[in-house]
Ligand binder design. Structure first.
Ligand code: G16
Length: 546
């Protein structure tokens, strides 16, 4: 094998965010930009020579080109075996599943998740470690540090390999196997859920489902699992062909961007169950007929009912949620006598807790839920979990939620996003709030009838490796324990996205039927006033409400 060593100069903007490096496609197409980052990943690793690397992505524009570059660089850097999904495709949870099953050294995921694709859209790259999960901050910090001084990268001087058929190739001493992207993952799902009960559900003559793959990666997985293995009618799934530009859609499964599915579900006599997943297949949205399940509630319902699913029949060890996620799961944990961990935003913070068996299920308000079966959040897993609950309980999504609230109380919850505001405006809002915290200015003040009890900026110490993460979100907590959380997104690529998380607990069964925006109206006004969003950004309404 001829190896070329190419001189390069560092790019100052290669700091991984909440989930890897996400930039515009155009940025990734700049000469040496991707190569520098990939070499920085390899330079941050030790003892990987002759070991296995898993590579795959969500099929967005530039996926194929990037896959070829990474294969050639991995071979030149001495990996012994590269497993790549056919077509360069692998969902994020499938990468995690394959790393674990094959005991690979690690994996590279190519995705910008829920961000739009196409030549004008976004691209991303993330390194996953041997447990199958995203690299922790110690590694991402080291990758960034290396990227700031890198001056060359290594790449095999060979032709592109054929990614479209299941074959094995050799580049020097490296074996490259093009693998079926779906089968290992589908087998894992079959080992967790009661596929007989699900087959019966789909064939009971009454139940109807609509799953929207949003022209992203889960299409082939949904086809294999729902149609081939579970015998669901073909019209149960939609938009299942992955496209490089996601059919010009925005593959973010929420009430705004999954509007096609939402319109189908929010009509009379629509399907009983609806769900969607995102660009790389790790997020999920769950809907009942005319009914939206918040991701926070979804986590709480899963935790409360886990023993109904064969894979969790023995019970769960504990629960974790990201800090801005509603505290609905905490109430379940308390009742079950389990620990509930509160982590910063980012799936990587669950890895240590899962590895140490401290928790079995975990989730985030950002449409992510998962368990110890892999080390990523998992969209189709969540959909199958809900289907399994519906099959066992023989009840509607809405009834399952209403009964859950009667037992545990309801955490009214919403997130308001102000997308693509100027970076300076986003920073000014956080600065303003941080100053308030530092001077204790807000404590004791009353806004729209709510008096502020505590203000702080969330910090976290990992209970396993004791690493600390500071300034993970501004919290404003009121006398009745309602709360507002403010933070800037770590996944956007244009300007800043301000996220405001709003939460209020309602124990009374007679008051649990309100629309969340109505129930939280005074907190919404309070957030506007305290942060002066209108004054600083000129915006009066969020871009996305979930
Ligand atoms: C990523 C992370 C999640 C995080 C989400 C939103 O999800 O893996 O842990 O909650 O981003 O992060 P932020 O609020 O910083 O934008 P994904 O699906 O984009 O990989």
């Amino acid at each position: 094998m001829d190896i070329k060593t190419i001189s390069s100069i560092p790019f100052s903007d290669q700091k991984p965010g909440t989930s890897g490096l996400r930039k515009t496609v155009k940025q990734f197409q700049v000469e040496n930009y991707l190569e520098n980052f990939v070499q920085s990943i390899f330079n941050s690793l030790e003892d990987f020579q002759n070991k296995t690397l898993v590579v795959g992505g969500d099929g967005r524009f530039y996926n194929r080109e990037a896959t070829q570059i990474i294969i050639k660089m991995a071979a030149a850097n001495g990996f012994g075996r590269i497993l790549v999904g056919r077509g360069g495709l692998l969902s994020t949870p499938a990468v995690s599943c394959i790393i674990r099953k094959q005991q690979a050294f690690g994996g590279i995921v190519l995705s910008a998740s829920h961000n739009p694709g196409g030549p004008e859209g976004d691209f991303g790259i993330k390194y996953n470690i041997g447990n199958g999960g995203p690299a922790p901050e110690s590694i991402t910090n080291s990758i960034f540090a290396i990227s700031q001084t890198i001056n060359e990268y290594r790449i095999a001087d060979v032709e592109d390999i054929d990614l479209d058929s299941l074959q094995t190739f050799n580049i020097g001493g490296t074996t490259i196997e093009v693998i079926d992207p779906v089968s290992d993952y589908a087998d894992l799902m079959e080992s967790i859920f009661d596929f007989d009960a699900l087959r019966a559900l789909f064939n009971n003559g009454v139940f109807k489902m609509k799953f929207d793959a949003m022209h992203a990666i889960t299409g082939p997985y949904a086809d294999e699992i729902f149609i081939n293995r579970l015998g669901a009618p073909k019209d149960s799934i939609m938009n299942c062909v992955p496209l490089p530009d996601f059919g010009k859609g925005h593959p973010d499964p929420n009430l705004t961007y999954a509007h096609e599915l939402v319109n189908i579900m929010m009509q009379d006599h629509g399907p009983d169950f609806g769900a969607a997943s995102d660009g790389d297949g790790d997020r999920n949205m769950v809907l009942g007929s005319n009914f939206f399940v918040t991701p926070s509630d979804s986590l709480a319902v899963m935790a409360a009912n886990a023993t109904l699913v064969p894979g969790y029949a023995e019970g769960i060890n504990g629960i974790a949620r990201s800090m801005p996620t509603s505290q609905a799961a905490d109430r379940v944990a308390e009742k079950l006598g389990l620990e509930c961990y509160e982590t910063p935003t980012g799936w990587k913070f669950f890895g240590n807790l899962l590895d140490a068996d401290k928790i079995t299920v975990c989730g985030e308000e950002s449409f992510g839920t998962g368990s110890n079966h892999v080390r990523e959040k998992d969209g189709l897993w969540a959909v199958l979990f809900w289907l399994n609950l519906i099959a066992v309980k023989n009840d509607s999504v809405e009834n399952i939620l209403v009964n859950h609230w009667r037992t545990y109380g309801r955490n009214y919850y919403s997130r308001h996003d102000y997308e693509e505001i100027p970076l300076q405006s986003g920073q000014a809002i956080i600065k303003r709030l941080t100053n308030y915290i530092d001077s204790n200015f807000l404590v004791g003040k009353t806004y729209h009838g709510n008096t502020i009890k505590i203000t702080d900026n969330f910090s976290y110490q990992d209970p396993i490796d004791k690493s600390t993460s500071l300034q993970q979100g501004v919290r404003i907590i009121f006398e009745d324990d309602s709360r507002l959380v403010f933070r800037l997104s770590g996944t956007g690529t244009k300007g800043a996205t301000l996220r405001i998380y709003l939460e209020r607990f309602e124990p009374d069964g007679n008051n649990q039927h309100l629309d969340a925006q109505q129930a939280l109206a005074d907190l919404i006004d309070t957030a506007q006033d305290i942060a002066d969003i209108k004054g600083i950004t000129g915006r009066v309404t969020p871009t996305v409400i979930t």
